[in-house]
Design a protein around this ligand. Sequence first.
Ligand code: ADP
Ligand code: MG
Length: 498
Amino acid sequence: MASYKTELELRSGEILKMAWEAVIGLEVHVQLATSSKIFSGASNEYGAPPNENTCEIDLGLPGALPVLNEKAVEMAVRFGCAISAEINEISIFDRKNYFYPDLPKGYQISQFENPIVGKGSITIEDEAGAKKIIGITRAHLEEDAGKSVHDLVEDRTALDLNRTGTPLLEIVSEPDIRSAQEASEYFKQIHNLAKFIGICDGNLAEGSMRCDANVSVRQRGESSLGERTEIKNINSFKFVERAIELEIERQIDVLEDGGEIIRETRLFDPDKDETRSMRSKELSDDYRYFPDPDLLPLVLSQAEIEKIRSELPELPQQRERKYQTKFGLSSYDSKQLSVDRNKSDFFEKLTEASRLPKLSANWVNSNLSSLLNDKGLGFDQSPISPSLLAEVLIRIDNGTISSTSGKTLFRAFCETPSEISEIDDRIDEMGLRQIGGTDGLKDIVLEILKEHPNQLAELLDGKQKVLGFLVGQVMKKTNGTANPKEVNEIIQNEIKKE
Ligand code: ADP
Ligand code: MG
């Protein structure tokens, strides 16, 4: 027999949940977009045939020595500067020892006590839309391991070592996150920022960014932390949110039933919609960390750090604020425009040339975005240049063409770009120049009114709804070249006369 919970039981369940608070810390692994590996010259490109992108260093052959990739260091520092973190002038590479078939050397080179990037922070928006600062404990450089492929050969595990030695930046947060939604928001922020500053391609499906979520719960008002579990290897914003939600629920249930949370590593299974235990958590002692004798301490000078800092582009949150204060754009539009570096750069060039920030914002966020989306292109590959598009917007703004014609012209220019000096000829060739009152527009309006006596009668009856229909008919007749505002005025004048 099905057992239904009484209303009282349900309500007391809710009250109990309110008594709990979730505490979450994320470890985000970012694959750095270098052309070669972190300690070897093998290619770091994704998608090569299995084991093609490997050399004696990645395979851990005896006697092969690692050589640190300068570009990976530069990218780590760039990230550190972008989150205003301390950059450590001296950092150390350590060996993290463990056995797994996809780790041929028997150890992973990582940074343990002396990471390259120290304390910093990331600002997110919480559920109520308020700004919230999430502390970053550290970010360190390490090499990725290879991949075990379990479904290629029957009863066997295949190994693809292409990923071995891919440079990773592991970004560790403080346990400052308080909900599944905040965690997903934080992961998104890191994703956007890493793409924006060009250190990662951000391709989640290819595993370019993954995170481990550390989750615990405690009684609200309690200041010490509860025992935590760690959910490994999550590679989507949606999954982070769901995995944490499930884990919070599970921990509360265990504790409310008088049980205990065990420190363990768990796995999220999106198909079964559950997290389950993978293994008991290994402590850092288990890894026998020690400085890698093959690598010298990494020493950076203040001058090198400052050079990287000075080359940082203006960051998304700064741009977002600028668009609101300088151009008066809405916070929604400003955010939309500043997440993607190429989009933001396009918008800034367009606005500089057109001096029409609002119209530019609308066009970039709508017409241009959907065109590029359809063609599968990025904003850096736009078939229309910002300066040419600016000329179209200027002509819409000063009434030379209607906004409908503006779209026609835009599509035409995306197919065959025009010299700026020839734009007006193209407008005339295409018959797009807007018809105003002096150009016989009134005659066309009168003709339409004559052709639609029923609608005219309705309009005279006060049914404003048909006005749109009649204006639409005029637009159709003039192939979109009429100025809708003028058409409106002419019709209003006519009905006043009747
Ligand atoms: P480990 O060595 O096991 O990876 P760390 O101390 O480096 O552990 O912490 C890893 C992550 O776990 C960090 O993001 C940290 O904020 C988070 N964390 C630590 N303690 C807790 C806790 N009690 N509840 C939730 N998250 C925690
Ligand atoms: Mg960890």
